[in-house]
Design a binder for this molecule. Structure first.
Ligand SMILES: Cc1cc2nc3c(=O)[nH]c(=O)nc-3n(C[C@H](O)[C@H](O)[C@H](O)COP(=O)(O)OP(=O)(O)OC[C@H]3O[C@@H](n4cnc5c(N)ncnc54)[C@H](O)[C@@H]3O)c2cc1C
Ligand code: FES
Ligand code: FES
Length: 485
């Protein structure tokens, strides 16, 4: 197949076109070392601190939407056809400060200043989407930004004040939007892209059929979706991921459709992209979703990646298993569909053949009589990995539990259903006694491990307590105040 051998994207107001790009080259290194755009900082190099936050916009259905992402784990090759906006782009041609910068200065949102460009970029993304955010929305947008000096109060005050200094309609990304859309459209030719830097090779398939063919021919290639896991293999473990196949630009893999019976989520859809479709149907997921990573990682990380990585503590598998989700796996032209819970075979072992990939996740629509919950237990509320995660779906008809699907993460080597707890519930009256019996049955379902995140005893106790919490929240029983916080 003919292919283009250069990556093309917009960086602030300039077009970048470069053929010397390897699979492992990060956007942050490119900005700081190659382009000397040192406003974007490197703190943790693992997506945790937000010092490297930039905006990335991609053309989809004729429009560009900008999202805050972490440049430290964003691979350069994945930016083909995108508009990358760094903090340097904020000052206008007249050199005046941007409303976000003015708000941060006048509300004392910065001390040493190292984190400040990252905060400014997250707040910039928020202000463009929502010029009048609530405190909760501001906190959510800043989950992925860490400041060790100032404390968050002045930054939140600044965030609330930005619109007093200017309106997004006057921002250059909006006044220039038509021109940007036209420039991005010119960059895209819809074909395959292959680039190399030394020994390191990156491939961007033309479409999902091309992806299937490439993986079939190169089963050892590294598939890269949001790079929120793979990025760390490079920045923390110094591993080469070459040859790497990037999928973030593939519309078919990002598509989300709500049908009569099910929500179809392309495996390349990010947490942010899938949020509304899943949480509108299942409102119990809204708070849980906000607890997955921070904003930048939710804009990058994909549902497919969270499943395919096989982690026993990934947040999507337990709640999706409880909702009876299936995965569509594809190798070449061959597809198979399996229940998500069957995909996880053992620790680090998934039912994924060489050259096969997760194409889609299918989540059934909510059914009559169902009661749902999703819980994440972690040391911090925001930006933390689960010690235990749980998804629960009970069907209650005429006061009797007719079906139960309960899945846990963090309790075994894989995300796993609690078969004994489910058996204790089915046929029982919807009652506190039934929930406590199910909690007792967990001893037969799991022998959790101790690690630095949580001890085995803690995991078991907290998992059992979630049944009590579920009953209190869903039955209308008097719950301690903290349960509804
Ligand atoms: C700061 C930070 C915070 C995080 N917080 C959380 C959290 O709170 N909860 C949580 O669950 N996770 C968390 N993660 C982990 C990570 O965000 C998720 O696991 C994410 O969903 C992975 O998706 P990705 O698209 O980034 O995968 P990638 O990094 O691109 O890929 C991960 C693995 O999956 C494979 N892969 C990706 N897509 C497919 C596919 N469609 N088919 C087959 N294989 C595929 C890749 O080859 C690779 O082996 C966090 C990560 C970071 C860096
Ligand atoms: S440097 Fe910390 S998130 Fe990128
Ligand atoms: S101002 Fe110093 S880390 Fe935030």
């Amino acid at each position: 197949m003919p292919y283009r051998s250069e990556i093309r994207f917009l960086l602030n107001d300039r077009e970048v076109s470069t053929s010397k790009v390897g699979s492992d080259d990060t956007l942050l290194d490119f900005l700081r070392i190659d382009r000397r755009l040192t406003g974007t900082k490197e703190g943790c190099a693992e997506g945790d601190c937000g010092a490297c936050t930039v905006l990335v916009g991609r053309l989809a259905d004729g429009a560009v939407r900008y999202q805050a992402v972490n440049a430290c784990i964003r691979f350069l090759a994945s930016l083909d056809g995108c508009h990358v906006v760094t903090v340097e782009h904020l000052s206008g041609p007249d050199g005046l400060m941007h409303p976000v910068q003015r708000a941060m200065i006048e509300h004392h949102g910065s001390q040493c200043g190292f984190c400040t460009p990252g905060f400014v970029m997250s707040l910039y993304a928020l202000w463009m989407e929502n010029p009048d955010p609530s405190e909760t929305e501001i906190e959510s947008a800043l989950q992925g930004n860490l400041c060790r000096c100032t404390g968050y109060e002045p930054i939140i005050r600044a965030a609330k004040a930005i619109s007093g200094y200017g309106h997004p309609a006057q921002d250059v990304l909006n006044t220039e939007r038509d021109r940007i859309v036209a420039r991005l459209a010119e960059l895209m030719d819809g074909g395959r892209v292959e680039v190399t830097n030394g020994e390191s090779h990156a491939i961007l398939p033309a479409d999902v059929d091309d992806l299937a063919a490439i993986l079939n021919e190169n089963p050892d290639a590294t598939m890269v979706a949001g790079a929120t896991d793979v990025g760390l293999w490079v920045t923390k473990f110094l591993r080469s991921i070459s040859p790497a196949v990037f999928i973030g630009h593939l519309d078919e893999m990002n598509r989300i459709e709500t049908g009569d019976d099910a929500i179809l989520v392309g495996a390349g859809a990010s947490y942010s992209a899938a949020e509304d479709a899943l949480c509108d149907e299942y409102p119990h997921l809204r708070e849980y979703w906000d607890r997955i990573a921070g904003w930048q990682i939710r804009n990058m990380g994909t549902i497919g990646g969270n499943i395919a990585n096989g982690s026993p503590i990934g947040d999507c598998p337990p709640v999706l298993i409880a909702l009876d989700a299936t995965v569509t796996l594809r190798r070449g032209e061959e597809r198979r569909v399996m229940a998500l819970e069957k995909f996880f075979i053992a620790y680090g072992k998934q039912d994924l053949r060489p050259g096969e990939f997760v194409e889609r996740i299918t989540v059934p629509r909510a059914g009559e009589g169902q009661i749902h919950a999703a819980y994440k237990i972690s040391k911090r509320r925001d930006e933390d990995i689960s010690s235990v995660a749980a998804g629960l779906r009970l069907t209650v008809m005429d006061g009797v539990i007719t079906d139960a699907r309960i899945a846990f993460g963090g309790m075994a080597a894989t995300p796993k259903r609690a078969a004994a707890a489910e058996a204790a519930l089915v046929g029982a009256a919807w009652s506190e006694a039934a929930m406590l019996a199910a909690a007792d049955a967990l001893d037969a379902d799991f022998s959790p491990l101790s690690d630095w995140r949580a001890s085995a005893e803690y995991r078991m106790r907290v998992a059992k307590n979630l049944f009590r919490r579920f009953w209190m929240e869903r039955s209308g029983a008097d719950a301690p105040a903290r349960l509804s916080a």
